[in-house]
Design a protein around this ligand. Structure first.
Ligand SMILES: C[S@@+](CC[C@H](N)C(=O)[O-])C[C@H]1O[C@@H](n2cnc3c(N)ncnc32)[C@H](O)[C@@H]1O
Length: 215
């Protein structure tokens, strides 16, 4: 009885805290974090949004999902296709600074790649991130596995090609994530019809396919 009452109390205070936080992106963040590195990254994420320094970036719900999946699986090597200005990359870094991991991220646009490098530096994660400029369709051929998580968020017509190139490098038990699934029916077909893959669609944000490489 007492235990039930205290659990109810915790849930009620969580609800009240959520309601009392300001509107906007920052209310989604772990504002009571005592982890210095995490606080620094979250601050840069917040600033990027306020300063309009994002470009076609994932919504916060998907950023949180990227972080959660990376951290919960203990991923240490993540590859991202489509850096833009580094927003999703920083969400991944929130996890990678905990798992002692690293991120290799690809961007074709020089200005966005430059801005991403600046954001990674501001957030203090530049040592764990490599930004590779150029056409990722060609550049990924230079990658070596095993990759723990691959995240695809670039040219929509290229998703199946990225899948075919990255899948052999992803470790069995690793994940392939793809953003904006509504825009890539051929990719969704490929990841939902293979016996070697298990896929769920997380549609709370911009639509994220989460695919497990089973073997
Ligand atoms: C949707 S945005 C990525 C958003 C980023 N993941 C985020 O959430 O902050 C797509 C990015 O992919 C890049 N891109 C498009 N085609 C590419 C290619 N062939 N190789 C590398 N990057 C590419 C674009 O320049 C653009 O910056």
């Amino acid at each position: 009885m007492n235990r039930n009452v205290s659990i109810l109390g915790i849930l009620a205070s969580m609800f009240l805290v959520t309601l009392s936080q300001p509107r906007g992106v920052s209310r989604f963040y772990a504002s009571n974090s005592s982890d210095e590195a995490e606080t620094k990254i979250l601050a840069v994420l917040d600033e990027m949004v306020k300063a309009h320094e994002t470009y076609l970036s994932v919504p916060v719900k998907d950023g949180r999902a990227l972080r959660l999946l990376t951290e919960a699986t203990g991923a240490r090597y993540v590859v991202e296709i489509g850096t833009s200005t580094g927003y999703s990359g920083l969400w991944l870094c929130l996890a990678l600074q905990k798992t002692d991991g690293r991120l290799t991220t690809f961007e074709i646009d020089h200005q966005r790649a430059t801005m991403a490098r600046e954001h990674f530096k501001e957030a203090g994660v530049e040592k764990m991130v490599i930004v590779i400029e150029g056409d990722a369709h060609e550049q990924v051929a230079k990658l070596k596995g095993p990759i723990d998580i691959a995240f695809v968020d670039a040219d929509k017509g290229g998703y199946v090609d990225y899948l075919n190139k990255l899948l052999p490098l992803v470790k069995p038990g690793g994940l392939i994530l793809a953003h904006n699934v509504d825009m890539v029916p051929d990719y969704v077909k490929a990841v939902t019809t293979s016996r070697d893959l298990e896929t769920i669609l997380y549609m709370e944000g911009g639509g994220l396919a989460v695919t497990l490489k089973k073997r």
